[in-house]
Write a protein that binds this ligand. Sequence first.
Ligand code: PMT
Length: 399
Amino acid sequence: MELHDKSIIVGVTGGIAAYKAAELVRLLRKAGAVVRVAMTEAATHFVTPTTFQALSGQAVFVDQWDARMPNAMAHIDLSRQADLIVVAPASADFMARLAHGMADDLLATMLLARDCPLLLAPAMNRQMWENPATRRNVAQLRADGIGILGPACGEQACGEVGAGRMLEAEEILEEIEAFLTPKLLAGKRVLLTAGPTFEAIDAVRGITNLSSGRMGYALARAARHAGAEVTLVSGPVAFSAPAGVDRVEVRSALEMHAAVMARAADADIFIGVAAVADYRVAKVAEHKLKKDHGGVPPIRLLENPDILAEVAALPRAPFCVGFAAESRNLEAYAQNKRVKKKIPLIAGNLIQDGFGGDANCLILFDAAGAHPLPPGPKTRLARQLLEHVAQLCAARDAN
Ligand code: PMT
């Protein structure tokens, strides 16, 4: 999600993880948000306000009595401008004060006076996190409707290992984006395929294609952000699984077919983004083929099952979406694939636009005709495609 029209306050409290808040502010601003920073006095011992001012491009607030606010009501004015407040790091002491409704500094007062959602990214030593007092405070904060992000497990600044480490800035950004995305697919189970398949020839060689997995991973991530429970059956790609997405790693088309068919009956929506090999090698050589063994080896091919067509033919088939990458005649070929595979929607892209890069040009084809999407990043196109899917699903459910 892009955060262009969002105003976000980052609250920073006293803890060594405050250095990660600097990166978070940078990432939020890069994503297009207007970011304002409010710090506790303790936080200024770890990172200076000047750092946050430079990164946010906005004045930083620490003091409740800040004379820059003409009405001396920084706590009200700042929070009224915000779509969301994120406190990262949230120290054990700060969470205790918040759980008890204390308002003894600018940040705590602002949170008490806020009318926007609040997320906390706790950061503390593992024993502080496990302490019954902290457990009580976290439970209270959750009950008050405050979102708790993490914490992660791992090595801590004190040298100990355990739960209490603040999430990384990228992970917090991911959670913020998910939080702010409208939940168009709440309650839906979405199954996707992504990436290429690899059809082995021998122990080291194979037939594959140039799909990077970017389009499929962007869709998996966007579906999770839209509130769906997401399973991603992925061919070999270079990415880690998107947060909150259940990834099943496969290599060949037959493995992808088995992984999808085992899960398709439980899915509400199936999206086939993978560039699946149409053919596999009939007899895979166990060892590396040797050049000096009597000329060019013949490679006989067998047809792979059509995963998308099989899912669409299930008795209670999920809502099926296909992709078509073509080098010409995009509309005719894509619509032909849609009709042949008996699916309600197919996303067409030209090979030179779709394969590999971060951006794409998509045209959606359904029974009503063609719906071109403005060219752009795959992350945005993924959101727009899911909006169209949500509309068609809602229309289908209404009939
Ligand atoms: O991964 P990226 O680099 O981001 O690139 C994205 C993409 C170009 C791979 C993607 O946008 C795309 O177009 N994917 C489909 C590629 C294609 O042309 O597939 P196809 O025409 O072979 O198949 C049509 C549809 O049937 C696809 O949804 C495909 O997943 C599905 N299929 C095809 C063959 C098969 N055996 N089983 C299938 O399920």
